[in-house]
Design a protein around this ligand. Structure first.
Ligand code: LMR
Length: 329
């Protein structure tokens, strides 16, 4: 009889171990507002994949894309309250927390290329900005790329004056507000999840975003013209609730940090490709006329947007702007 009992005991212990392994001891709820087929959507899934396989199920990452849990502003509140653990809001959205310096990323044509951008986010400037988050109960972990923005509208669009009098959906950033005003347009800040409906119903006439956001949300179906202005940058800060982060075991924090570093590297390699593919898809749809601009035409946009810097002098630390300019030189 004894061997039978032994076998039963072993089986029970194996089952218990299996159940213990299957049940994650740490759950990270990661909420975001875009489609999965975008730079941020893909990076969140890559992070999930890496964490879950490396922790062998001990840590589970639940990704909620497409504002399925919270809209832009709500998700920031939810993070601070601990209703979710992780987010990757666009840098433009931190001004709402009173962290105006983050809006430096929205300044027109501040980054001449991705190299400048990477030097800024990976160096002391990026670190200092993250330090500002701590007083809000937030810890900044990484910067994720999306790309440079195009303008879209329902009437022909090539020159800055084509946006005169238009109502333009923007993210809630004072810099982007000033940018639309410099073009003679009326800025209408709306949550990303409301942008498509606002365009479709005519509540707004146009908007701006990198092609991956425009295409994945079908905005090109309700926008007849796109100008590839590349006038501003859109990127993200991957952030966590600081209390949650500080309470994690050291080995888990390390695993999350390493996985995030890898997901970040992949995101930064893929973002540009995804945006180029999205712009191609918009062209192929034949629903929207895409105007690629010449350097000379882009210079006209740059000139039209210069007043934004003067207007924002009181809002964004001048030393910060100068520090970025020095990196760009
Ligand atoms: C927007 O609100 O236009 C974008 O920032 C959305 C996003 O997170 O990419």
């Amino acid at each position: 009889k004894q061997p039978v009992l032994m076998a039963a005991a072993i089986l029970t212990s194996m089952l218990l171990t299996a159940t213990a392994q299957a049940k994650p001891s740490i759950v990270i709820r990661f909420s975001h507002v875009v489609e999965e087929d975008t730079p941020k959507g893909q990076a969140a899934l890559e992070f999930k994949r890496l964490v879950e396989s490396r922790s062998r199920g001990r840590v589970q990452v639940q990704v909620y894309p497409n504002s399925s849990l919270y809209k832009d502003k709500e998700e920031l509140e939810a993070l601070q309250l601990g209703a979710v653990e992780m987010l990757a809001p666009s840098l433009a959205k931190f001004g709402q927390l009173g962290l105006r310096d983050f809006e430096v990323f929205d300044l027109p044509y501040i980054f001449p290329n991705r190299d400048t951008l990477n030097t800024v986010t990976r160096g002391p400037i990026g670190r200092k900005l993250f330090e500002q988050l701590e007083a809000r109960g937030i810890k900044g972990l990484a910067y994720w790329d999306n790309g440079f923005k195009v303008m879209s509208s329902n009437t022909p669009l090539r020159f800055p004056e084509d946006l005169k009098g238009k109502r333009m959906r923007i993210q809630p950033s004072r810099v982007i507000e000033a940018q639309m005003e410099a073009l003679g347009a009326t800025p209408i800040p709306l949550a990303f999840s409301d942008a498509y409906a606002a365009l479709e119903t005519g509540l707004v006439d146009g908007t701006e975003n990198p092609p991956s956001n425009l295409f994945s949300k079908n905005m090109h179906l309700v926008q007849k013209y796109v100008a590839v202005t590349n006038h501003g940058y859109l990127g993200y800060a991957v952030i966590v609730n600081k209390k949650f982060w500080d309470g994690l075991p050291g080995d888990v924090r390390k695993l999350l940090d390493d996985s995030l570093e890898e997901a970040t590297r992949k995101n930064n390699q893929e973002a540009d490709k995804l945006n180029r593919a999205a712009l191609d898809a918009v062209k192929k749809s034949k629903k929207t006329q895409v105007n690629e601009l010449t350097d000379a035409e882009r210079a006209v946009w740059r000139k039209a947007l210069e007043p934004v810097y003067r207007k924002m002098e009181g809002r964004i630390d001048r030393d910060l702007i100068n520090a970025i300019r020095r990196v760009a030189e």
